[in-house]
Ligand binder design. Structure first.
Ligand code: C5P
Length: 213
């Protein structure tokens, strides 16, 4: 039987990752955080002492990417997030990891019946035929506060004001690039989590997705 695909897109720190992970558990589907792929490419370039803006270096890192060897700690830093959004604007880098994402969605690991993918362009480009699509948003201030709590927990000294700036920069880069810009698919449901608990956002998402199943 064909894999059932759920696409979760949205801006940085919108809560889409937490939501997508819970949805995958709820439906017993495989889960892929596609942002981690771009972060790993950006981080690999930084770790080699290169610049994320160097397209040849970014493409080489994307082609050499081994998804089983992603350093989950290193890719969560502010620097890796910034580098990710720089390499993610390069069409060749996107093309290099598109096949992996589509293959994961069509043939979910572990023999699962479906897959949940989260990112920026899952509903528009990677899996336009997904069974259900959500575009998860929250105000920049709410997102910055969530990211700040997260980073503080991992020992980062960045101020909340710096993180608001990071988030606005990243939103702009992600929405204004010509290669697969971040935007809701026409058939995506918009879910604003600014005033929702994780529990409430999850309940709203399940109600939407169950109708599409
Ligand atoms: O979701 P996360 O914040 O981890 O993503 C890091 C960066 O990777 C984003 O800012 C975006 O530039 C890029 N990205 C993307 N397409 C995706 C997922 C992430 O361009 N599907």
């Amino acid at each position: 039987a064909a894999s059932t695909i759920i696409a979760i897109d949205g801006p940085a720190a919108s809560g889409k990752g937490t939501l997508a992970r819970r949805l995958a558990r709820h439906y017993d589907f495989a889960y892929l955080d596609t942002g981690s792929l771009y972060r790993a490419v950006g981080q690999a370039v930084l770790a080699a002492g290169g610049s994320p803006a160097d397209e040849a270096a970014a493409l080489a890192a994307a082609e050499a990417l081994d998804v089983n060897r992603i350093d989950e700690m290193a890719i969560r830093s502010r620097e890796a997030g910034e580098a990710a959004s720089v390499v993610a604007a390069m069409p060749k880098v996107r093309a290099a990891i598109l096949h992996f994402q589509r293959d994961f969605a069509a043939n979910p690991p572990g023999g699962k019946a479906g897959a949940v993918l989260d990112g920026r362009d899952i509903g528009t480009v990677v899996c336009p035929d997904a069974r259900a699509k959500l575009f998860v948003t929250a105000s920049p201030e709410v997102r910055a506060h969530r990211r700040w709590l997260e980073l503080k927990g991992s020992g980062s000294a960045a101020s909340e004001a710096q993180i608001v700036d990071d988030i606005r920069d990243r939103d702009r880069r992600d929405a204004e690039r010509t290669a697969s810009p971040m935007k809701p698919a026409e058939d995506a449901y918009l879910l604003d989590t600014s005033n929702l608990s994780i529990e409430a956002a999850f309940g709203a998402a399940v109600a939407i997705i169950d109708k599409a199943m």
